[in-house]
Design a protein around this ligand. Structure first.
Ligand SMILES: Nc1ccn([C@@H]2O[C@H](COP(=O)(O)OP(=O)(O)OP(=O)(O)O)[C@@H](O)[C@H]2O)c(=O)n1
Ligand SMILES: C[C@](O)(CO)[C@H](O)COP(=O)(O)O
Length: 238
């Protein structure tokens, strides 16, 4: 099923501590944002990419799109203070009110095409879908004084990733209501849940990490090495 993807990349990357927005960090010689966009560039079902960037980074981003031949970027718009505002800015660029919209963090360069396909297949007019993995650790709630107040039932817990996929109408309504009521969520599904929308959890892959701290750079390099080894092995076999 065809879709449009909104890619929020207008953060500061403070936790990465790189002295610049992490979207421009080279991961094995290719900028993070480019690695992420290449996934959608190469996915036939992706009709358009809407990228949200910091106002003062738009020229630099545009240059990357030209250098790396990212032809599906149809809009490059300035973001807001919070991720939610940035996604809203991207959403406002969509004129076609039918169809499926994905939201995917610029900082997640490892989602696989087959995961996107499984995700998109689950979207309906009134149902969104998110990639997620089952939580492995025991999760406890704590008080301000760091005293455990509750141990949560692990079999009900999922760590949610992006892409998150919705019909345009459902996502737009969720964002409009959140804006009107000044409701803030940490992901787009949270806004859909807030208006009573149904969101399906689609088992994803642990490799689909969000590059957040310097530690994640090492993990990203390891994932790239592993993928390269797998490709070489497959090539040698056939
Ligand atoms: N105002 C914002 C904040 C975040 N993002 C984007 O949302 C994604 C997920 O956010 P996160 O990993 O938290 O990135 P940053 O906000 O850049 O990181 P930090 O919180 O460490 O500054 C990133 O691709 C980021 O660029 C955005 O478009 N606009
Ligand atoms: C949307 C998200 O990537 C889902 O895991 C996450 O919530 C973004 O969080 P952050 O606060 O921007 O790190």
């Amino acid at each position: 099923m065809a879709y449009t993807v909104i890619v929020p990349a207008a953060g500061q990357g403070k936790r990465m501590n790189a002295g610049a927005n992490k979207q421009f960090l080279n991961i094995q010689a290719v900028p993070l944002i480019v690695r992420t966009l290449q996934i959608f560039e190469n996915d036939e079902a992706c009709q358009a990419m809407i990228v949200v960037a910091n106002k003062d980074e738009i020229i630099e981003m545009k240059r990357l799109f030209t250098d790396y031949g990212l032809s599906k970027v149809t809009a490059l718009v300035p973001g807001g203070q919070e991720r939610q505002e940035s996604v809203y800015a991207g959403l406002s660029e969509i004129k076609q009110t039918e169809g499926v919209v994905l939201v995917h963090d610029g900082a997640r360069p490892f989602v696989r095409p087959e995961e996107i396909r499984r995700l998109v297949a689950e979207v309906g007019e009134t149902q969104g879908a998110v990639l997620a993995t089952k939580v492995k650790d025991t999760i406890k709630k704590g008080s301000r004084e760091q005293i455990v107040t509750e141990t949560l039932a692990r079999d009900e817990l999922w760590a949610v990733q992006t892409p998150q996929a919705f019909s345009y109408k459902l996502l737009k309504k969720a964002h409009d209501v959140a804006k009107k009521k000044a409701f803030t969520g940490t992901d787009d599904a949270g806004l859909v849940e807030h208006i009573g929308g149904r969101v399906r959890l689609i088992p994803g892959n642990e490799e689909n990490i969000k590059l957040t701290t310097p530690y994640d750079i090492g993990i990203a390099e390891m994932i790239l090495e592993k993928r390269k080894e797998d490709e070489d092995e497959n090539r040698a076999r056939f």
